[in-house]
Design a protein around this ligand. Structure first.
Ligand code: ZN
Length: 448
């Protein structure tokens, strides 16, 4: 098939592909990201490097104060350093050791505080006493530090010297967008949040997978759809993108929010899919079909108006067909939003599996056409056309024969190949191959 080449072009299996994604995640892991600031810019630069010359990751800078629907772009935040020195002069907490130590978006501060007063600026998680929790304060100006609960409990009385050397000033919010034009302006949206600091699964896993997916999309010999890949800070970034792309958003036919794609899933299986708000979305069925065809164990959940940026894409003013794919979803793994979401939590083979399943989803969307049977009155004589003889023997041959019969029977000009694959219980690939054979034999013609 015409699109086979791009899938197999790099000739790498899941593990090899996953190792490249993992290497990218490793490089991006130490960077301190937030909803604004230089960490996002540096991350987008790394992603562009990985994407290569085939596609341009356009970096958009939106000034502080820009009104976007009911929101305003906040001040830009950057960090030079931050630490706390204890009563004996020893350094108790240092941003240089781990960027989760600083409450994300902390305003600048310098001063000396007693332990009790200091504690009102310290955040820990008593339920997970050994990890540094990830906390943010984007929309209320404050400063703070995060540390393991057991460390907080052991702090001695005395005076603490605090330095929060940050800037919180008028600047820009940065987001990245790749547009890969296709034959149609009808579009596929892929979206991943780029705002989390040193957290591997949430969401460097999806950023790494997406960068490699863009490489492959860019190398496709032809694209039926236009692809829009949005790498933006969570919530405010998606709102900015939608506010600036209302017309473009109307042309989105299929979309996925991608997050947590590297931990291998849990009891529910490797993947977790959350459906779109609207109930007629082809993407919901496409993802399920691909996971079934691959023999994956997975879980499907209905839409809910919380989670990641599907909240914005599926808001009633847009109501886009955008679902959400993860391995383990947000909040449901013990390492979530803490220093335990690190490079040990994710594995190359899981990243590679996410990439390969997404490649297959794109393949399905690109090839999900509708055909008309040109000999609809009784079955055409397949033997005369050499179609039985070319099919080979054994189970595969029989599977292919059945696929031919299903495609002929169902191609009345209303059923798509996905409809036929679902009804027949056969893989999308075998149904698609049968359709190609029948078109070649002048028994079928595409109508879309
Ligand atoms: Zn998160």
């Amino acid at each position: 098939m015409s699109n086979q080449a791009w899938k197999d072009g790099e000739g790498r299996d899941e593990v090899e592909a996953g190792e490249s994604v993992f290497a990218l995640v490793e490089r991006a892991f130490p960077i301190c990201r937030s909803i604004t600031g230089n960490g996002v810019r540096e991350t987008l630069r790394l992603l562009q490097e990985e994407i290569g010359d085939g596609a341009k990751l356009e970096v958009r800078e939106i000034p502080t104060g820009t009104q976007v629907f009911d929101w305003r772009v906040p001040k830009e935040w950057n960090v030079r350093g931050a630490w706390i020195d204890g009563p004996g002069g020893q350094r108790v907490v240092d941003f240089a050791d781990h960027n989760l130590h600083l409450l994300n978006y902390s305003m600048p501060f310098r001063g000396t505080l007693g332990l009790e007063e200091l504690k009102s600026h310290l955040y820990s998680d008593p339920d997970r006493p050994t990890v540094i929790p990830y906390r943010t304060s984007y929309y209320q100006e404050r400063w703070g530090f995060c540390l393991p609960h057991e460390q907080l409990e052991s702090l001695p009385d005395g005076d603490y010297e605090v330095v929060v050397d940050t800037t919180l000033e008028d600047g820009h919010l940065t987001l990245g967008e790749v547009v890969l034009p296709g034959e149609s302006e009808d579009s596929v949206l892929l979206s991943a949040h780029v705002c989390h600091p040193s957290l591997a699964n949430d969401n460097l896993s999806a950023l790494g997978v997406t960068a490699h997916l863009v490489r492959r999309l860019a190398a496709m010999p032809r694209r039926r759809y236009t692809y829009r890949i949005v790498l933006a800070p969570g919530t405010i970034g998606a709102i900015v993108w939608l506010a600036h792309n209302e017309d473009v958003a109307l042309r989105i036919r299929h979309g996925l929010v991608l997050a947590n794609l590297g931990d291998g899933g849990g009891d529910h299986g490797t993947f977790h899919y959350k459906r779109c708000q609207r109930e007629d979305a082809v993407i919901d069925r496409a993802v399920v079909k691909v996971l079934e065809d691959a023999g994956e164990a997975f879980e499907v959940e209905d839409f809910s108006p919380f989670g990641y940026d599907e909240r914005q894409y599926c808001s009633p003013g847009f109501d886009l067909p955008v679902g959400s794919l993860a391995q383990t979803p947000w909040g449901r793994y013990p390492e979530y939003h803490s220093s335990a979401d690190n490079l040990d939590l994710i594995r190359p083979e899981f990243l590679g599996r996410s990439l390969c399943r997404l490649v297959e989803v794109i393949h399905l969307l690109e090839n999900n056409r509708t055909f008309r049977n040109l000999h609809p009155k009784c079955e055409p004589q397949l033997g005369n056309r050499g179609l039985y003889s070319t099919l080979g023997g054994g189970d595969t041959g029989r599977e292919r024969q059945l696929a031919l019969l299903w495609v002929l029977n169902q191609s009345d000009g209303t059923n798509s190949l996905l409809d036929i694959a679902e009804r027949s219980g056969k893989s999308f690939r075998i149904i698609q191959e049968a359709a190609a054979v029948l078109v070649e034999a002048d028994l079928l013609e595409p109508i879309d």
